[in-house]
Write a protein that binds this ligand. Structure first.
Ligand SMILES: Nc1ncnc2c1ncn2[C@@H]1O[C@H](COP(=O)(O)OP(=O)(O)OP(=O)(O)O)[C@@H](O)[C@H]1O
Length: 226
């Protein structure tokens, strides 16, 4: 099966501090993988390494055809176009509507044709069930709705891998499930997802391969099927 992400013997640092070591990780096309671990255990540091926010200095890593070890500053925007990144705090632009938030990203990533941009915006909003909210401003939406928009935004450039860093971290349990259902549907349509989370209830409800950061290492958790 096609590999979307492959890390071999990677160490991750924040400044001079070693955060994770001997990290080996493979993600295949279509996988849904959870990343769990206590606060400060290195989940965000791993995510940052994957989207080029932290340099990979030790070990080898490839992600969606980019070599993380030899990644140059100028390559980072191109890497991020192949990734859909979703954060805990949504990070929508507050001064413009949902449609304009999405348009902004399309323009920033080189789209020119107005009709194609409109069609793409409709398509991604349809996928997250938010087509009718395109004229609203972010502050007029609930947290769960804003996160759906952030997921729609992550889908704009048909990413090969979606990196979601605690996407339900700011949401109540019921809303978390709704956002999770959106991510599950997106995964079922063939997209690969790596999701960092604290939310064990979600993992129990939607079991999938689970990696844990603990004491500077990452290992796979074998889930009990009871
Ligand atoms: N910019 C930074 N500079 C220096 N150290 C940092 C920086 N960011 C994080 N760290 C340290 O790196 C370690 C791992 O942090 P990281 O944010 O990756 O953990 P996490 O598992 O994502 O935690 P959380 O669940 O709270 O988001 C922590 O000890 C943290 O203090």
């Amino acid at each position: 099966m096609e590999q979307i992400l492959n890390l071999r013997n990677v160490s991750i640092f924040q400044r001079e501090n070693l955060i994770l070591s001997e990290l080996n990780l493979t993600i295949h096309k279509g996988d849904f993988v959870y990343l769990i671990g206590k606060t400060g255990s290195g989940k965000s540091s791993l995510m940052k390494t994957l989207y080029g926010d932290l340099p990979l200095t030790d070990g080898e890593g490839t992600i969606v055809d980019f070599n993380l070890k030899t990644l140059k500053e100028k390559d980072i925007p191109f890497l991020r176009r192949k990734l859909g990144i979703v954060f805990q705090d949504f990070q929508l632009l507050q001064d413009r509507t949902i449609a304009d938030n999405l348009l902004f990203v399309l323009k920033a990533t080189g789209w020119k044709d107005k009709e194609k941009m409109q069609a793409k915006i409709d398509e991604v909003l349809g996928k997250v069930g938010m087509k009718t909210k395109n004229f609203k401003f972010p502050h007029q939406l609930s947290g769960g709705e804003q996160q759906r928009i952030a997921i729609a935004r992550a889908l704009l450039n048909d990413p090969e891998l979606i990196l979601a860093d605690e996407p339900t971290g700011n949401l109540d349990p019921q809303t978390s499930i709704e956002v999770m259902q959106v991510l599950q549907e997106i995964n079922k349509s063939g997209r690969t997802i790596l999701m960092a989370t604290h939310d064990y209830a979600l993992i129990l409800k939607y079991p999938s391969k689970t990696l844990k950061c603990d004491e500077g290492k990452v290992f796979e958790v074998v889930q009990k099927s009871s």
